[in-house]
Design a protein around this ligand. Structure first.
Ligand code: AHR
Length: 509
């Protein structure tokens, strides 16, 4: 091996923080065809369902070991009044979904339907409450309705609606994007409300709620600081106040600016690199928000919750602009893989992340055809599937050295290789992304500290970056066994095809 060969040094015997499985979380909003037509088709549908919930979608997501699901929004959350979504469906009031297509919502998917969905998925519910247009009492009573077991007024109401046992709700959001659609508040005014509303999100019985305050957009570090100040004083090392345990961050990847998001499928190589540069910005953002949080919470008790992330491109031509339906190509898969590398590296601060959104909206896992009902797994889905081995594993630092390929993009430098790794007692998983659109690469894995007894690899790539899956070609982008891995004096040598994502699984002695 020459000294300048591209090398990833991994100390297999130095595990770091646990990568919470919850960074592989999901998000389902009442938006376009995410809930209606996506998760929910109703009991009378010809599409196989249980209680109105699509079985094929559930099966696909269970294969990802989906850890949690955030609902009902997003912006919709701060318009949503939960009492409209309980009781007999024919009696439920209607409302206007002002944010998303200005369509009439009939509330046929409500609290009981969502909790049934979570039970079918084996996922933890992450319920997002309404601060923007809801009351403290309304939020407090929703939590009581969901989680209380005795004869309290809300528990009694839940029983009257057919559910005896309380549910477990481990995650609850105190509003959403309070700086924007959630009320256009200042950081200071929201921070006061987060304390107030958070006070009334109570632990009933043995249900313990991890409360998540509505955090910053992109690089609004002042927002994060204002919220952290509510929990602790600068430089103090005592326990942060318990108004909330998590603070969110939202960051979307576009090809251009917000105004020029670009097409999901019709893009050129420059658009691709611009997208990847925007995607890799997640590292700068997480590092920035984490640094602010460190000042007020040096022991990292408060979690950074990236509860909206992913690509946001122009809607598919001919679809409702308010429904945010976009195709999903190999480019989206690489956007996902580089985000996960950052989430793994910051495992000691990031407690959860939620891709936006699971079905038929933005960077979806699953797309369903509105006419035929056919279901397609997206390239992004496959990255989540290839990464299941990282769930709750311990992060391993990966140091890249040698000739690290880079490219100048929009006056900045884009690193073309991204990597992360994790370990359990007996195994390790290494993730490798080659973002180079045109060149294959070989990388040496310099594996130190433990013996590797077996290895295998998988690769996700396609003839072009624009390749995507459709009902006619559902496996145009699908993972395959990768035979481009060889023993090497330092560990292993791995071939990375152009524009590819590779995972290497190691058995450890
Ligand atoms: O995910 C779509 C929207 O993006 C969400 O409703 C909102 O929170 C964000 O602006």
């Amino acid at each position: 091996m020459t000294d300048d060969a591209l090398t990833a040094i991994i100390n297999l015997d130095l595990p770091g923080a646990t990568i919470s499985r919850h960074v592989y979380g999901h998000f389902a909003e009442h938006l376009g065809r995410c809930i209606y037509g996506g998760f929910w088709v109703g009991e009378d549908s010809e599409i196989p369902n249980e209680g109105g919930i699509r079985l094929d979608v559930v099966e696909a997501l269970k294969a990802l070991s989906i850890p949690n699901l955030r609902w009902p929004g997003g912006c919709f959350a701060d318009d949503y009044h939960w009492r409209d979504g309980i009781g007999p469906r024919e009696d439920r009031p209607r409302m206007v979904n002002s944010h998303w297509g200005d369509v009439v919502e009939d509330n046929s998917f409500g609290t009981h339907e969502f909790m049934q969905l979570c039970e079918m998925l084996g996922a933890d519910p992450y319920v997002n409450g309404n601060v923007g247009s809801g009351t403290v009492q309304e939020m407090s009573e929703w939590v009581e309705y969901l989680t209380r077991g005795d004869e309290s007024p809300m528990a009694t109401l839940r029983r009257a609606n057919g559910r005896d046992e309380p549910w477990r709700v481990p995650f609850f959001g105190i509003g959403n994007e309070a700086w924007g659609c959630g009320g256009n508040m200042t950081a200071d005014s929201y921070a006061a409300l987060a304390r107030q509303y958070g006070t009334y999100v109570r632990n009933h019985g043995d249900n313990v709620v991890y409360k998540i305050a509505a955090g910053a957009n992109v690089d609004d570090y002042r927002w994060t600081e204002t919220l952290m100040k509510e929990l602790n004083c600068l430089g103090c090392t005592r326990q942060p106040a318990g108004f909330f345990q998590g603070l969110s961050l939202h960051y979307y990847t576009h090809s251009g600016a917000w105004e020029t998001k670009g097409s999901a499928t019709d893009f050129d190589t420059d658009d691709y690199y611009a997208t990847m540069r925007n995607a890799r910005r997640i590292e700068e953002l997480v590092a920035g928000h984490a640094a602010v949080m460190d000042c007020y919470d040096p022991q990292r008790r408060v979690g950074l919750v990236v509860d909206e992330w992913g690509t946001w491109f122009d809607v598919e031509p001919g679809t409702n602009p308010g429904f945010l339906y976009q195709q999903n190509t190999l480019r989206d898969a690489l956007v996902a893989s580089v985000h996960f590398d950052v989430f793994h590296a910051f495992a000691d601060r990031i407690s959860m992340a939620n891709i936006a959104q699971t079905v038929n909206v933005l960077q979806a896992m699953v797309l369903t055809d509105p006419d035929t009902g056919a279901l397609v797994l997206t390239p992004s889905y496959h990255v989540f599937a290839m990464n299941v081995g990282h769930h709750d594993a311990s992060t391993l630092a990966v140091s890249l050295k040698g000739e690290l390929p880079t490219r100048e993009v929009a006056g900045g430098e884009l690193s073309l290789v991204s990597a992360s790794a994790s370990t359990t007692d007996t195994s390790a998983l290494v993730s490798l992304s080659n973002l180079d659109a045109g060149h294959a690469r070989t990388i040496v894995l310099d594996l130190r500290g433990r013996d590797v007894t077996e290895f295998s690899a998988r690769v996700l790539t396609a003839p072009t970056l624009q390749t995507h899956n459709t009902p006619q070609a559902p496996d145009a982008v699908a993972p395959a066994a990768h035979d481009g891995v060889r023993a090497h004096a330092r560990g292993l040598e791995v071939d990375l095809p152009a524009h590819s994502y590779v995972t290497v699984s190691l058995a450890l002695a």
